[in-house]
Design a protein around this ligand. Structure first.
Ligand SMILES: Cc1cc2nc3c(=O)[nH]c(=O)nc-3n(C[C@H](O)[C@H](O)[C@H](O)COP(=O)(O)OP(=O)(O)OC[C@H]3O[C@@H](n4cnc5c(N)ncnc54)[C@H](O)[C@@H]3O)c2cc1C
Length: 387
């Protein structure tokens, strides 16, 4: 691939997702799902049949053998189609990159096909009620006993943690005495293990179709073979993981911004006030230009971050952090402006942009808040890894 130029495969992927959206994201079906706050199970299964979930897994694990860039294109297009349903599909395998990049061949074989085939959802359990951005203070423990770990602790905000979860990827302290870079491990815990209690975190601003839960681990017995990567290297593994998922988060924000923009543009082209189409007012044209410019900049940053992850040996953390930071902000502003362009209708559920606005806010918060992204960017710049 030439840098930032979509090739034939990329265009085919975009067309496949666009056809899927036309066929499956029917307004009346989506309205029902949204009304009931239910996970879009049928659409998810169909997305899996089409190979849209886990397309970056190798074919032997039921993926398409494609890369991060292709995954970004899918995430962007699905979220452009619908912020809530698209968001659920994109996050169906959230966390499974830990297995893909660091898991043993046995773990890959056991779990990746199940995600790609739509049998289970993947869930990460890093955050704790008292531990958010400062994950290196995490209290959940995994103690070795013969050929098992015994896990104790409470995690919160775990996406997909509910009846469809197949496993939790749990950040645990495995060395009580070591400094944080040598103290933590990530362990795969099968969701149906004894000792796990899952409690919904309650009503949410957005992403309402998704289960987000507190997960309690009480003397949960897990085989040692469920360790992801090396023991006590959990923090380094998480750094690499977030570097990839930040780009997917940016792609979601980008898609949602485009979706809100599409809807607002269509509205102002047909809505008349003061005897003329709203689109013909100069101020509306200025807004359109500003929104499109933000979207384009977010797109370039997101694509560049994805491209770097695949094509540069040591891509660093800065570009992905910048992409997530910028795309999340740009998308939030675009969604806000989209509501404004709809006027009072923008506030109404029927016109969808209010949902895009609520759903996109999550990108600012999860996988490291915007303050943390700025910290990462500044740290690399200060170390001399310039722009
Ligand atoms: C919708 C949603 C889905 C999520 N999904 C998951 C998931 O699947 N798995 C999972 O493990 N977690 C998940 N999370 C948790 C998410 O990653 C955390 O909310 C996030 O890491 C922030 O942690 P916190 O909420 O405890 O905020 P805190 O860490 O308490 O931070 C609160 C505020 O203080 C700021 N702050 C914190 N530290 C500093 C500092 N040093 N300097 C300046 N400001 C600071 C933060 O930027 C933030 O603005 C999810 C969260 C949401 C909202």
């Amino acid at each position: 691939m030439t840098f930032l130029q979509l090739d034939k495969t990329h265009k085919q992927i975009q067309k496949a997702v666009s056809d899927f959206i036309k066929g499956e994201f029917k307004k009346e079906i989506l309205e029902e799902i949204i009304e009931q706050y239910s996970f879009p199970e049928d659409i998810w299964k169909k997305a899996c049949e089409l190979g849209l979930i886990g397309m970056h897994y190798p074919e032997k694990y039921s993926g398409q053998g494609l890369g991060i860039f292709e995954n970004v294109l899918v995430a962007q297009s699905l979220c452009r189609g619908d912020s809530s349903v698209g968001g659920c599909l994109v996050m169906a395998g959230h966390g499974a990159e830990l297995i893909l990049r660091q898991g043993s061949p046995e773990l890959k074989q056991a779990w990746l096909p199940k995600i790609a085939q739509g049998q289970i959802l993947s869930s990460t359990a890093f955050t704790e009620p008292g531990i958010g951005n400062d994950l290196d203070m995490c209290c959940t423990t995994a103690k070795k006993e013969n050929d098992h770990y015994i896990i104790n602790g409470t995690k919160t905000f775990a996406m997909n943690a509910g009846p469809l979860a197949g496993f939790y990827l749990v950040l645990c302290r495995t060395d009580q005495a070591a400094p944080s870079d040598k103290a933590f491990s990530i362990i795969l815990v099968q969701a149906d293990c004894d000792g796990i209690t899952c409690t919904d975190v309650g009503a949410k601003l957005g992403r309402r179709l998704m289960d987000i839960s507190q997960v309690q681990f009480d003397q949960v017995k897990v085989p040692l073979r469920n360790l992801i990567g090396q023991e006590n290297k959990g923090m380094a593994i998480l750094d690499d993981f977030f570097n990839e998922t930040r780009v997917i988060a940016a792609a979601q924000a980008l898609g949602m911004a485009q979706g809100a923009f599409d809807r607002a543009l269509a509205h102002v082209k047909q809505r008349e006030q003061f005897g003329q189409k709203i689109v013909d007012f100069q101020i509306t044209r200025q807004k359109i230009a500003d929104m499109a410019t933000k979207i384009e900049a977010a797109k370039l940053m997101t694509y560049q971050a994805a491209w770097q992850l695949e094509n540069i040996k040591k891509p660093g953390l800065k570009t992905g952090a910048m992409a997530k930071l910028f795309a999340a902000r740009a998308a939030f502003e675009v969604c806000d402006e989209a509501i404004q362009m709809f006027g009072g209708y923008g506030y109404m559920q029927e016109y969808e942009v209010e949902r895009f606005y609520r759903d996109v806010k999550m990108v600012d918060l999860f996988d490291g808040s915007k303050v943390m992204q700025k910290d990462i960017i500044a740290a690399e710049l200060i170390k001399g890894k310039g722009i």
